[in-house]
Every structure is written in C-alpha cells, then in structure tokens.
Design a protein around this ligand. Structure first.
Ligand SMILES: *Cc1c(COP(=O)(O)O)cnc(C)c1O
Length: 374
C-alpha cells in the first residue's frame, strides 16, 4: 500500500467492544487479570504498555516501514532511551549540526554513562570514515538537520555504520515518513519528535523510535526495557493525539513543502538575505542527495540576514503572520531567532532565522516576510 493509505488505516481497526470508528482513549493505568493472574488482554500496567499507545505504535511501524515502534513522552526521551542501551565504553558519532539538546546530552551526560563521542559533518563521508573508531557502536544522523538543513546520504552512512558493526540511527523529525523513510534506505532506528509534524497541531509532546533492519529485534528489546523501567512513556491521551495527527500527515506535508518552496524562492532573491538553507533549492549543497532520498523537501528552512544579529531579531519583531516562537510542524507558521532559543550551547550563526512554514496561503507568507524585511 502507498504511504497515504497506510497513514489513514494503520492502527485504525474499529474498536472491538463498540465498533467505534474513532479509536477510544484508554486512560486506565491498570488492567484486570485472569484467574491464573496473567493479563487478560496482554495489558498489565500503563508504564509498560496501554491499548491507545499500541495503536499508535502499530501506525508508526507501518508508516516508517519498520518492524516495531515505541512511543515516548518526548522526542528527547526517545533519543535518551536509545543512548541508555549502550554499554559503558561505547563511542557515538553525532552530527556537527543537530538538535541542540543532543549535544547537551553528550556534554553533560555521556561522561556519567561512560560514553565518548565525536561531532562530525555527516555530509562529508570521508570525515565520517575517519571519525569511526573500533568502539563506535552508534552512528547518529539527522537529515535535514536542525537548524542548517544539512542533508546527508543515508544509504552511504548506513553502509559505513554496518561495515564497522555500529547501529545507524536517523532523526527524521524534519522530513517525516511522508517524505523520507530511512529504514528503506538501510537505517536500523528512526527517531521522531512527534511533538512536531506527526502531532502536527502544536498541542502534544511526544517521541518515537521505529526499528527496522538487521539489528532491530535485540535493540527493540533493550529500548523497551529502558522505557518501562526508566519511565519516559507516552500518555494515552498524547498517544491518541499523535495518532490523529498521522491521519492527515501526507496531505499536510504536501502543503508545508509547497509553501516552503515558495518562501525559499522568494528569500533567495531578496537583497537583505545572505543565504537560504533549504534542500529544495538547486543551490543547496545537499540538493541532489535530498532529491534521491526525499519525495519533497518539507516545511523547514532557515536563512541568514545580511546585516547581522540585530537586523535578524528586528525582522522577527516585524512579522504579522509568522509568529515568533520555537518548535515546528504545526499548522501555523513560526519564525525564530535560533541562537537565542539554543542558549549558551549554541553553535548557530547569530544572523540565522529558522522558519516553520505552515499551511496558510503562500502569498500571505511571502507578503509578510517581504514587509518584515522591508
Ligand atoms: C524537537 C526536536 C527533538 C526533540 O524532541 P522533543 O519532543 O522536544 O523532546 C529532536 N530532534 C529534532 C530534529 C527536533 O526538532
């Protein structure tokens, strides 16, 4: 089946008890047991599993072409669970441009977990080869990356990781499975902050790990153990909201991508704009790779304002349709001075603004940026 059909139907069987088409939300924290004390329907306690979360996980595995999925209370909770399965002494390769909290985890928590790491430009395959060590257990990619929209070759990175006995994980939050499915390209693990496009309405926090490929089964067991014992579980209500978001994901990503392309093309010709980072533009260094591994280029882009930090912040203060806020993936367009959001750990250029392009009419978005830049 095609993606759109899976996204509509996966995990959507009518309710056994009532035949309701919309799935029920099971808020129960505990489940009755049979006479021999075993669970009657496979459920026992909410921190281990619950029926609403199981529906979401069925849908996540289907739309990512994975074999299993686990839902979490946040994207970073899901990422941490993967890292917490690694043995002490393991080495991790992280992208030099990635979600900033990943670098903070590496700095503040890897030493306690006895993990080591290097940051590497994942779009430079020779650099990745050089950075791999005998102790490397995990190669972590993010494509497109946050906030510079760097694109890396997922097929090539999967091969490098597997040649060295490492797992290959991809943070696919910006692309979503509607546009890019890393497991089909060789990844073992896919991470999503479902807070973003999968939820899609800026009203739910969540994360997910989807498992595929060869190393998947053992890894799924270890991550399940981390989740149920360390506790970064998704709530039933949040699972339900993310599941609802998935139903419209394909349609939303089409419009997000079309609108972002319009905005990127406008910004690329504007005299106040120094650079536009959008993989849909032929001038983007990762455009050809993105064209191979993505079906469209998503709604995320960033650009640099020629006159520097203060001018960039001034642009944010002048927009009327774009709202000044962090996060992404909702129906409304957001604009953000990214270095301010990332705080002291930032490596983001001070003149960079990040856009999450929403579902408004593209003419209104372009006009808004035009007047703000003016
Ligand atoms: C937001 C985000 C995360 C973290 O997810 P939370 O749900 O905020 O914990 C990880 N990766 C990327 C690319 C993100 O945008």
């Amino acid at each position: 089946m095609h993606f759109e059909t899976k996204a509509t139907h996966a995990g959507a069987n009518p309710d056994d008890a009532t035949s309701s088409i919309a799935p029920p939300i099971h808020l129960s924290t505990t489940f009755e047991r049979a006479a021999d004390s075993t669970p009657l329907h496979g459920y026992s306690y909410v921190r281990e599993a619950n029926p609403t979360q199981s529906r979401l996980e069925e849908a996540l595995a289907a739309i990512e072409s994975g074999s299993h999925a686990l839902a979490f209370g946040s994207g970073i909770g899901a990422a941490s669970a993967i890292l917490q399965t690694l043995d002490p002494g393991s080495h991790v390769l992280l992208p030099d441009d990635c979600y900033y909290a990943m670098r903070v985890i590496a700095r503040d928590f890897f030493p306690k977990w006895q993990l080591t790491h290097d940051l590497v430009a994942m779009d430079d395959l020779a650099a990745v080869q050089r950075a791999i060590r005998p102790a490397t257990r995990l190669l972590w990619a993010e494509s497109p990356s946050n906030p510079l929209m760097k694109v890396c070759d997922l097929v090539a990175l999967a091969k490098i990781a597997h040649d060295h006995g490492a797992l290959f994980a991809v943070d696919g939050t910006f692309a979503t499975p509607a546009l890019q499915r890393p497991i089909e390209l060789g990844a073992d693990l896919v991470l999503h902050s479902t807070t973003k496009y999968l939820g899609g309405h800026s009203d739910v926090a969540g994360g997910a790990v989807i498992f595929g490929g060869t190393g998947a089964l053992a890894c799924h067991e270890r991550v399940t153990h981390v989740r149920s014992i360390l506790g970064a579980i998704a709530s039933p209500f949040n699972s339900w909201l993310v599941l609802r978001g998935i139903r419209t994901l394909a349609a939303r990503m089409r419009v997000h991508s079309e609108n972002a392309m319009r905005v990127a093309q406008f910004l690329a010709t504007h005299p106040r704009v120094e650079t536009v980072h959008y993989p849909g533009l032929p001038s983007h260094p990762g455009h050809d790779v993105a064209k191979r591994q993505m079906s469209a280029f998503s709604g995320m882009l960033s650009f640099r304002v020629r006159e520097g930090r203060e001018a960039a912040i001034a642009v944010v203060s002048k927009t009327r349709v774009f709202i000044s806020a962090t996060s992404l993936g909702g129906t409304e367009s957001l604009i953000e001075h990214r270095a301010s959001s990332e705080g002291p750990a930032t490596t983001t250029p001070e003149n960079l603004l990040r856009l999450s392009v929403g579902l408004e009419h593209p003419d209104d978005l372009v006009e808004d940026l035009e007047q703000a830049l003016r």
